[in-house]
Design a protein around this ligand. Structure first.
Ligand SMILES: *Cc1c(COP(=O)(O)O)cnc(C)c1O
Length: 396
């Protein structure tokens, strides 16, 4: 069975992290920041959610201010906004580009709107230029959530957004099993965020070591044959492996939510983060991206791939939309492809009293999407078999 998703980390990287958990390593913070951007306007922190929390602490928006958000995002981002007494307001997305729709955005803006968070979803990139214009016209700060779209450090390219957030969490591209990069155009703002972060306690080596071991174990069972044996054992025991995997990869637990975000990354995490960013393998990413485009072409025309029209796409995941996802997932799994419904994403609900803002398209995408396995360990022949299978299943 081809597992749904591989942790994007090699055994050598994992050993590197293990080794650094036991070394009196120096902090790589300054180097990482300088390499990311030479103009002193970036910072490293524990996670994208930590970065957003720092941003909101520094901005000190009046309570009740509205934060417009791409209507598809992860629960944790919505939670951070709420924890600050702010109101998350969904902006429905377009199926073809996964960009927030301009008409939905215009409808959602009120005099209380202060911030707009655009998520680049599933590995695709949203064209921010038209959104920037609208944001400027309404005096909104523009934040881009690049957690799913990392494709190398910006290398001097000036972002369109005021603030950009990149995640190196466990399921993300080039993961360091944690860590995030934040870039802000406003150097005073990033200065305030750094100052706040410098007061945080440091993530312990022990908790990072536990993480490394946990994801090492997951990597161990992600091999095609090991994973097949594991799923069979679960079936024999009458247990649901899907439920198990979801539980294992869940991020920060619910209790003490902000407290968990308000930590500085540990030194071994910084060591691995520096290695992952420095050694980012662009040719490998290009190859993966081409295979994603190739797989799209092998699929029947009746299948819509949300985000297929994005300006660029690195296929962090490979989503397809079908009428009846449940049975299709079962059939794919029976044939050795661990497809999955419902990733970690949710729809941002409309705020009280504004039902017209319910993000119907985002909900529709969530309800109809199946994620197919696609990563470089899968040979073309297997991808082709998966495509043929989909062709025949959907012709039934
Ligand atoms: C993973 C993810 C995040 C959170 O990243 P962390 O670094 O784990 O906080 C935020 N937004 C999106 C869209 C994500 O996929």
């Amino acid at each position: 069975m081809w597992v749904r998703k591989r942790i994007d980390l090699s055994w050598v990287d994992l050993n590197y992290a293990l080794m650094h958990c036991g070394l009196p390593a120096n902090s790589h913070r300054e180097e990482i920041q300088a390499n990311w951007s030479s103009s002193g306007d970036s910072m490293v922190c524990l996670s994208v959610r930590s970065g957003l929390d720092l941003l909101l602490q520094s901005l000190k928006l009046p309570p009740g201010s509205e934060v417009l958000m791409s209507a598809l995002t992860i629960e944790g981002m919505i939670r951070v906004v709420r924890e600050h007494g702010l109101v998350p307001v969904p902006v429905d997305v377009d199926i073809d580009t996964l960009s927030p729709r301009l008409d939905s955005l215009e409808r959602a803006i009120t005099p209380r709107s202060r911030l707009l968070i655009v998520a680049h979803l599933f590995g695709g990139r949203v064209n921010l230029n038209p959104i920037r214009q609208l944001a400027d016209a309404h005096n909104l700060m523009l934040v881009e959530d690049c957690a799913q779209a990392f494709d190398g450090a910006p290398n001097g390219q000036l972002p369109v957004a005021d603030c950009s957030l990149y995640s190196f969490g466990p399921i993300k591209t080039s993961t360091a099993l944690g860590g995030a990069m934040v870039h802000c155009q406003d150097r005073q703002l990033i200065g305030r965020m750094r100052e706040l972060e410098s007061q945080y306690p440091e993530q312990s080596r022990w908790s990072y070591l536990q993480r490394v071991l946990k994801y090492g174990a997951l990597m161990g069972i992600s091999n095609r044959w090991a994973f097949t044996i594991m799923t069979r054992s679960f079936q024999r025991a009458g247990k649901d492996y899907d439920h198990f995997l979801r539980k294992v990869v869940r991020g920060f637990r619910e209790e003490g939510f902000l407290e968990r975000l308000r930590k500085r990354p540990s030194k071994p995490l910084l060591s691995l983060l520096q290695r992952r960013i420095d050694r980012f393998d662009e040719p490998r990413m290009t190859k993966h991206s081409r295979r994603g485009a190739w797989l799209t072409e092998q699929l029947p025309d009746s299948i819509v791939c949300p985000g297929y029209a994005s300006s660029r796409n690195n296929y962090w995941v490979f989503p397809i939309m079908v009428d009846d996802p449940g049975p299709l997932v079962d059939r794919l799994r029976q044939s050795g492809f661990d497809a999955m419904q419902y990733g970690s994403m949710v729809a941002v609900p409309a705020p009280a009293g504004r039902p017209e803002l319910e993000p119907d398209t985002a909900r529709h995408i969530l309800a109809k999407t199946v994620f197919l396995p696609l990563y470089h360990q899968m040979p073309r022949a297997s991808l082709l078999r998966m495509a043929h299978l989909l062709n025949s299943l959907l012709a039934e």
